[in-house]
Ligand binder design. Structure first.
Ligand code: IMP
Ligand code: MG
Length: 174
């Protein structure tokens, strides 16, 4: 049977919410310099849209967090952070930009690593939050939308590495 694609969030809903988040971030940081760290690859479209509405001064850097899975059970066993540039964390106001907070394992791993470098402040902004799947107690400081426990894609999120360019966020039913 054909899988049916369901649209969860339209481009209009997404851009309206992005504007709201950007306003909140700009209000919270004011004239302070934000060091934004995008988590690749999923942050791609969200971050590009968000930064165009941020009024505080900011720089953009990127990391990729990879997961190694065990051969036998296919369980995640190890995370690694790849830095695409050198940037300072110490004494900076760090804002991590992530596509989706799911089990929380990726973000908490990254946050713990960044915390060791003594930032002045450390916050997370996520486009989507799947609170029902959490395995690590972590909440984002800024959340675009809370979404149900479905595999979602589009607007930067992939479906087997495809579909990141869809202007909406959707899922397959069935
Ligand atoms: P966590 O460590 O379980 O919180 O994993 C979060 C990462 O898994 C996200 O940064 C995404 O890259 C990926 N992910 C989790 N759920 C989805 C989804 O529904 N669609 C696309 N990617 C997802
Ligand atoms: Mg991600």
């Amino acid at each position: 049977m054909e899988k049916e694609k369901k649209i969860l969030l339209t481009p209009e809903q997404i851009s309206k919410r992005n504007l709201e988040i950007a306003k909140t971030i700009s209000r919270d940081y004011g004239d302070r310099q934000i060091t934004m760290i995008g988590v690749l690859k999923g942050c791609l479209v969200f971050m590009a849209d968000l930064i165009r509405h941020i009024e505080s001064p900011f720089t953009c850097d990127f990391v990729q967090v990879t997961t190694t899975f065990s051969h036998e059970e296919g369980e995640p066993i190890k995370k690694n952070i790849f830095f695409t540039s050198n940037f300072n964390v110490k004494d900076k106001d760090i804002l991590v930009i992530e596509d989706i907070l799911d089990t929380g394992i990726t973000i908490s791993y990254l946050m713990n690593h960044l915390k060791e470098e003594n930032p002045h402040s450390l916050k997370v902004c996520v486009m989507l939050d799947k609170p029902t799947r959490r395995k690590v107690a972590i909440e984002a400081d800024y959340v675009g939308f809370r979404v149900p426990d479905k595999y979602v894609f589009g607007y930067g999120l992939d479906y087997h590495e495809q579909e990141r360019g869809l202007p909406y966020i959707c899922y397959y039913e069935g």
